[in-house]
Design a protein around this ligand. Structure first.
Ligand SMILES: [Zn+2]
Length: 541
């Protein structure tokens, strides 16, 4: 009897597809033509759909008895019990677990971090363990020693570890990369906004986050956050993105740092628990009834991988691996990804999140076949213009991408080129690849500016990652970009005087129409964490 998946409705034909405007490249110098940005950032909505289907199916099984034993039979996998993150001070499976394959990690191009130790101590000689609040308290009870940088995620003593820059000596890394107290204040303020707008069940809502407004008197004077655009289909995605914003700053489910009376570790814990409770038997996180659900899944797979890699906790290992397995399973053979499981279409935006999830899995000691990267390379090669290094959306030379009726007025930016640079750096660590230099030269010609129809947080996020990797923290490309990026984001974040909106960004960017205020705030926090979120692949000078 063939095993089939729980029935999933086909993609909703009513969902507007991005339209791609084909534009001829003018002879000579190419114009910024095409945008194709990303198919919007995904996020979706409720798991009720699949649960209702399951419930109906179970009811049917009870009434009808066993389904006929033929190829059309449907087998519902027994419900898998997600792990529960315990309310303990110190989970017994946390410390000393050698999650990392030392050999593999040592070869890893991204988190080769012994050298991080040099500048991973705070400039004011603050005790390392206190460098980031209490966040390190339970990551390991063993001090870092020698080469063991990788076996405990760089705790104690100054080792960086895979994500070590997030955990200790952040201030040095921020300063070195051109950030400062203002960028760190902005990150904290954004995280505080996210923390107080998290749903009780641990998720975040694109639209209904306003139900959480005014919980804290401190922010209640200005009224609720104003309503915003966005689609509840992307709730899973914004939940993953919000968790990533906390992980990116070094907060895990074990952190005890409390701001405005909210424990950040508890925020992360409840968020991760929500992801774990909404993973289906095949590993997909969030309902497949949501449009473009692979956006949601790849972002959440990245969050699960990071949660595992950052803490080494076995609480997350199986489900993080399962999430990565689903990323691989959903990949088009020898190519990339798009909105749904092996849909045959590819786009560079969803593929960017997928490769980020795979890279995180790699450095976290999870496993996946080489086909993950190989297909990604094939796809990126196929859509990269040979002479200009510009990267397409669904094919080489695609035009401007927009959702009809939502964001066609926004200008094009090279978000996809940025994604390709970042992906190639992370996968291949080959600085002589001319497509890196070529792509980055396009990015620095289009620096962040807070102007109507030019605001594009998604582009700013990926270009910041790409440029910081290519020649950060001290290169000229990075410096030029960084000043504009800080100027745009820090100065336009809502301040305390705005009441409940304080710490968030207004939904004025190109993809706010899909992810709303939660998306804007989470992705901008991640952009401002660029100085320490990932170490420089090509080393630091
Ligand atoms: Zn609010």
């Amino acid at each position: 009897m063939a095993t089939k998946q729980v029935p999933v409705p086909p993609p909703n034909d009513d969902v507007p597809e991005e339209q791609v405007v084909e534009t001829e490249l003018p002879p000579g110098e190419p114009e910024t033509f095409t945008d194709k940005l990303i198919a919007k950032t995904p996020w979706w909505a409720m798991s009720t759909g699949i649960h209702v289907v399951l419930a109906l199916l179970m009811a049917w099984l009870v009434v009808i008895g066993s389904p006929p034993d033929d190829d059309d039979a449907v087998v519902v996998a027994p419900p898998r019990k997600p792990r529960v993150i315990p309310d303990m001070e110190k989970p017994p499976d946390l410390p000393n677990e050698k999650v990392l394959d030392m050999k593999k990690s040592t070869e890893d191009p991204v988190f080769k971090k012994e050298e991080e130790a040099d500048h991973n101590e705070t400039e004011d000689n603050e005790e390392f363990q206190k460098a980031k609040g209490d966040s390190l308290d339970f990551v390991s009870d063993k001090p870092f020693k020698g080469k063991g940088t990788y076996d405990t995620i760089g705790t104690g003593g100054g080792g960086g570890g895979r994500y070590g820059g997030r955990l200790g000596g952040k201030r040095n890394l921020v300063n070195k990369g051109g950030g400062g107290g203002d960028t760190e204040d902005a990150v904290l303020s954004a995280l505080k906004w996210l923390a107080r707008h998290q749903n009780e069940d641990g998720s975040w809502s694109v639209q209904n986050y306003t139900n959480r407004c005014n919980r804290l008197p401190k922010y209640a004077s200005g009224g609720k956050c104003s309503p915003n655009p966005g689609q509840e289909d992307f709730n899973t995605g914004v939940t993953g993105l919000s968790i990533l914003a906390f992980l990116g700053a070094g907060y895990s489910h074990l952190s005890k740092d409390t701001h405005d009376g909210i424990c950040f570790g508890d925020v992360v814990k409840r968020g991760l628990q929500w992801l774990m409770n909404h993973q289906d038997p095949e590993g997909c996180i969030g309902p497949r009834t949501a449009q473009k659900y692979m956006y949601n899944h790849t972002i959440c797979a990245l969050a699960m991988s990071e949660a595992y890699g950052l803490t080494g906790s076995n609480l997350f290992k199986d489900q993080a691996q399962k999430a990565v397995d689903f990323v691989i399973a959903a990949q088009n053979p020898d190519k990339g990804w798009r909105y749904s499981y092996r849909c045959g279409d590819n786009d560079t935006s969803v593929s960017g999140w997928a490769v980020m999830a795979l890279k995180s899995a790699e450095i976290s000691g999870l496993s996946f076949p080489r086909t993950g990267y190989e297909g990604t390379r094939n796809w990126l090669d196929e859509v990269t213009e040979e002479n200009y290094y510009r990267v397409g959306y669904t094919h080489k030379g695609t035009g401007k991408v927009f959702v009809p009726g939502l964001n066609e007025s926004f200008n094009h930016h090279e978000a996809l080129t940025a994604i390709a640079v970042m992906a190639r750096v992370f996968m291949d660590k080959n600085k002589s690849d001319t497509r890196l230099q070529g792509g980055c030269s396009l990015l620095v010609k289009d620096k962040p500016a807070w102007k109507d129809n030019d605001i594009d947080f998604y582009y700013w996020y990926y270009a910041s990652l790409a440029l910081f990797q290519f020649d950060g923290p001290t290169g000229s490309y990075w410096k030029q970009w960084n000043e504009s990026m800080k100027d745009a984001l820090v100065k336009n974040q809502n301040t305390q005087s705005t009441g409940c909106k304080s710490g968030s960004w207004e939904t004025v960017d190109r993809w706010s129409c899909e992810g709303g205020r939660v998306y804007c705030t989470a992705i901008n926090a991640l952009t401002l964490e660029v100085y320490y979120r990932y170490a420089n692949v090509f080393g630091t000078k």
